[in-house]
Structure formats: structure tokens, C-alpha cells
Design a protein around this ligand. Structure first.
Ligand code: FES
Length: 158
């Protein structure tokens, strides 16, 4: 649940726009940083602040792949699977990521340290195959670089 300071911060941000709904993306990003993902209560809070229905917020979340409705690990590794990265070996990297994490794509690893997600073009095509670990860009990735990214010392896992 948002505390008073957080609510006031979001209300002030939203207040800069002529329409409260214009602050929805910022509000959803804020709530995702706070909770790790956008659970139902987060959407209810965003709805109250931005004046959008839950359905309208679901539409936004389903459109932007950086917004997450399901729980993830403490860190999120997004591996691009769009054309430039696909041609440069992304499918093999995604397979290797599943092997290294021990869980299917999209699920938090057993220690909760990391979730690996396939992702549409990250705008890092010159680094293909590319990835984002949280908000940090990495590439070109090979199996060794991927293993280093998901290693416990890099993800806070065990
Ligand atoms: S195709 Fe992978 S970053 Fe653009």
C-alpha cells in the first residue's frame, strides 16, 4: 500500500498534466518499482490516482512489455528475441538461460534472485544479441557473458 509521501508524490506528478490519465505510465512504473510487479492492489491504486478503469490499465500493461503483471525475481534479465538478435543467436541464449536458471522463461529462479524474459527489440540492435539486466544494457552476449550475468554474485542469488 502506498504511504502518504508516495501518494503525495504521485498526485503532484499527475497534477502536472491536464488529464490525470496522462500520468498513468509514470504511476505504473512507480508502483512496479515499489512492489516488483503490478498486482491487483497496485492497479486499484493506479486507478484511483489516474482516473482510469482497471480494464484500461490492463490494456496499458499488456501493451508495454516493460510493465509486469506477474511476480518476478529481484532482478530481471530481458533477452531480445527480435530479428537482429534472433539472427545473432538469441534462441540459443534463451535456451541456455533456461538451463542456467533451472526454471522456464518468465519464472523467478528457485532462490528468487532472477527472472529471465524474452523481449521484443530493446533498441540495442548494434549489440545483438542484446539483453537488459534491470535497466543496464549488455551485448553482444555469448554463453559465457550470459552465465556471468545470471551468476549469483551478479544477481544476489545463492
Ligand atoms: S533486434 Fe534485438 S535489440 Fe533490436
Amino acid at each position: 500500500m502506498l504511504n502518504e509521501d508516495e501518494r503525495a508524490h504521485l498526485a503532484a506528478h499527475i497534477g502536472h498534466y491536464p488529464e490525470p490519465r496522462a500520468g498513468a505510465i509514470y504511476t505504473l512504473q512507480f508502483l512496479q518499482r515499489k512492489y516488483g510487479h503490478l498486482h491487483n492492489e497496485a492497479l486499484r491504486e493506479a486507478s484511483a490516482l489516474c482516473g482510469l478503469s482497471i480494464t484500461q490499465l490492463e490494456e496499458l500493461v499488456s501493451f508495454y512489455p516493460l510493465l509486469l503483471r506477474r511476480p518476478v525475481g529481484r532482478r530481471v534479465l530481458r533477452i531480445c528475441d527480435s530479428i537482429a538478435c534472433h539472427m545473432a543467436g538469441a534462441p540459443a541464449l534463451l535456451d541456455e538461460a533456461v538451463r542456467l536458471s533451472g526454471v522456464p522463461l518468465g519464472q523467478p529462479s528457485a532462490d528468487g534472485a532472477v527472472t529471465v524474459l524474452p523481449h521484443v527489440c530493446l533498441g540495442l540492435c548494434d549489440l545483438a544479441p542484446a539483453a537488459l539486466l534491470d535497466e543496464a544494457a549488455h551485448g553482444p552476449l555469448d554463453a559465457a557473458a550470459l552465465a556471468a550475468l545470471v551468476a549469483p554474485e551478479n544477481t544476489g542469488g545463492q
